[in-house]
Design a protein around this ligand. Structure first.
Ligand code: ATP
Ligand code: MG
Length: 391
């Protein structure tokens, strides 16, 4: 037997009062984008139905259900989804289908869970659970276990129809990408920043990326790495833009003209300023970084605030409370970890001071910065930005 539809459930977005219609529409649009890589013959429509979205499968989709499931697992804003079998709203027909689906050997104990959204259906959910349960028991001889069943037979009675299914898969939860506006994420090639970007996507932001490199003083490895990371992140957000910025001209000026111990902070202030300028061009409303408090000597509150002082848009740090191990676990899950640990030549590893300031004071940094033509350097960097679109 092959499922007729995939029922998609969202949790949080169901709660959002008058925004609900907007959220549902975004999720619907994102489901369509996620399934775009499959042939148009895979499904006939993606409809909305009482707090769920329903993907109506064609024959081809039924045959490719495993690959569809794998793609749908990446959808943000979806709590879970279930390939389901459609049946008319008739108790005997529902029972027959449920018995058929449960007549398999891969479990010992079971329960039936009915949801009756359609109050026109004359049988209560309790009665459905009991009667369908009894029929399954009789047909299969399996045990009922209400608290810890190996398998659950779900019955969804909704919108004049009924659906039966036994398998559910988790989506990414969170909010659909696109409901929270745009952000500009600073992607370094390290472990943390792609994970930070993932969390911004998961809270509904559309993420654009900026990467700073020191080519020709370094090789192109970091650029290649961020490209590969973006390809991984495309399972969550299909269209992504990447801005590649040359940091070397700025680094040269900083190195020649300013005190050594402030170099890293000065580079960083340039990075956030350029990112902010790019964000404004793109109508992005915040920057995102992979900073986590105290992880390295430079990530002190003092340094963070001196860096942030250079810009006026909010700088979001989704990983601020994460341990390194937690970040690594997530990086493995989203498949960016193996790319991150490839060797590269980080732009900030170039011309690094021996003793960087760990608790820089803004007044001292500003004295150093006055030695540079900040505005000109930023304009020049922006003029030379190379933008790549991934879709
Ligand atoms: P990551 O693993 O993300 O590189 P990290 O622990 O190495 O982080 P830092 O090197 O201090 O920490 O960088 C902090 C944040 O600054 C990064 O997470 C990233 O968002 C941003 N960043 C650092 N270097 C670059 C770069 N070359 N291009 C763009 N963003 C950068
Ligand atoms: Mg790094």
């Amino acid at each position: 037997m092959k499922p007729d539809v995939i029922l998609c459930h969202y949790g949080e977005i169901g709660l959002k009062g008058k925004n609900r219609g907007y959220f549902e529409k975004k999720l619907q649009e994102n489901l369509r984008k996620t399934l775009k890589k499959f042939s148009p013959d895979t499904f006939s429509s993606i409809g909305r139905m009482f707090g769920r979205l329903i993907i109506r499968l064609n024959k081809q989709g039924q045959n490719e259900i495993d690959s569809l499931n794998a793609a749908l697992k990446n959808v943000c804003g979806m709590v879970y989804f279930a390939p389901a079998f459609k049946v008319v709203q008739n108790k005997d027909k529902i029972t027959k289908l449920a018995v058929e689906l449960m007549s398999v050997e891969d479990y010992n104990s079971f329960r039936v869970t009915t949801r009756r959204t359609d109050k026109d259906f004359p049988v209560s959910k309790q009665k459905m659970n009991e009667d369908v349960g009894a029929a399954i028991l009789e047909a299969t001889g399996k045990m009922v276990n209400l608290n810890h069943p190996d398998k659950t037979c779900f019955i969804d009675i909704v919108d004049g129809k009924a659906f039966v299914y036994t398998e559910r898969f988790n989506g990414q939860s969170g909010l659909p990408v696109g409901v929270s506006g745009k952000v500009m994420s600073m992607l370094s090639g390290g472990i943390d920043s792609p994970v930070a970007a993932y969390y911004a996507m998961k809270r509904g932001a559309v993420v654009s990326f900026v990467h700073f490199h020191s080519v020709p003083y370094t090789n192109e490895a970091s650029i290649e790495k961020v490209r590969e990371m973006i390809e991984k992140l495309q399972v969550f957000q299909q269209k992504i833009s990447l801005h590649l910025v040359e940091l070397a001209p700025i680094q040269k000026e900083v190195m020649v003209l300013t005190a050594e111990k402030y170099r890293i902070i000065l580079y960083r202030r340039f990075m956030v300023r350029i990112s902010e300028a790019l964000a404004k061009i793109q109508k992005a409303k915040a920057l995102v970084t992979g900073d986590s408090l105290g992880q390295v000597a430079s990530q002190t509150l003092e340094n963070m605030s001196v860096i942030e002082e250079a810009i006026s848009v909010p700088l979001l740090r989704p990983l601020i409370g994460f341990d390194k191990l937690e970040i690594i676990t997530k990086a493995r899950e989203i498949e960016t970890y193996d790319i991150s640990i490839q060797p590269d030549q980080d732009c900030c590893a170039l011309f690094v001071p021996k003793h960087p300031a760990t608790k820089a004071r803004l007044v001292d940094v500003i004295i150093e910065e006055k030695k540079l033509d900040v505005e000109m350097l930023i304009q020049q960097a922006i003029k030379n930005v190379k933008t790549e679109i991934f879709e």
